[in-house]
Design a protein around this ligand. Structure first.
Ligand code: SF4
Length: 227
């Protein structure tokens, strides 16, 4: 990151956030898949997962105040809002943004990498927390302190790249008691790395209590911004 973008990130830490995009789409993953949802994508991420599909959100973006974001979200007249990234929690102002969106009456979810603490997240927000697998190349970034902070309404997501990732994830569900902690444990095959049919067969063979998901938005529209 350049000195200039460091400076811009500091500016965004006041009462504004750096935003890559705000758009209206169908939720592509999680328990609310298929439901019209407004996405607020925050700029920046300290991770570099090998399968990342939002590299365009690593830099750039536009500075927006919380009120500007609320006004833009309201234009879509949706009941669901997902705050995503990048890694949204990398910007401290994400926390008051989440609270403001809850205050506005939306069902708010937060998509987070699992590398940063969710301790300050408003209790009304549904956390969709990744646990990074070995195949992501960011497994060392998992903050396991988050596990004790999960609520029964939260969800934990594994993006699975290969059989080794599957076995690792199966072990983690058991080790961390995830099925008892959260409403859904989500397994997604890494796009273009693992066949959905293979992952489905493994889940059924092991009678694993997870929800497998394909990314609906990519099936409908492919990869790219605004989807
Ligand atoms: S945490 Fe998400 S946004 Fe960041 S590199 Fe990984 S996949 Fe990309």
């Amino acid at each position: 990151m350049s000195a200039n973008s460091d400076h811009e990130q500091q500016i965004a830490a006041g009462d504004t956030l750096r935003i890559t995009e705000i758009f209206h789409s169908l939720q592509g993953e999680s328990r609310t898949v298929g439901i019209p949802t407004v996405f607020v994508r925050l700029t920046g991420c300290p991770l570099r997962c090998v399968y990342c599909d939002t590299e365009y959100a690593f830099s750039g973006g536009e500075l927006m105040s919380i009120d500007d974001i609320r006004q833009q979200v309201a234009t879509f007249k949706a009941g669901y809002v997902t705050v995503t990234g990048g890694e949204p929690l990398a910007q401290p102002t994400c926390l008051p943004l989440l609270t403001a969106l809850c205050d506005d009456g939306y069902q708010v979810s937060l998509e987070t990498s699992g590398a940063m603490s969710i301790a300050g997240v408003d209790q009304r927000v549904i956390n969709v927390l990744d646990l990074k697998t070995p195949g992501s190349a960011e497994v060392e970034r998992n903050d396991y302190g988050n596990i004790a902070l999960l609520k029964p309404t939260d969800q934990v997501k594994f993006v699975i790249c290969d059989r080794e990732d599957y076995l690792w994830s199966r072990f983690k569900i058991d080790e961390l008691g995830l099925s008892d902690r959260v409403s859904d444990v989500l397994f997604s095959p890494s796009f273009e790395q693992l066949s959905g049919a293979d992952l489905a067969a493994w889940i059924l063979e092991d009678k694993l209590p997870v929800r497998m998901q394909l990314q609906l938005h990519k099936i409908l529209w492919g990869d790219g911004p605004g989807r």
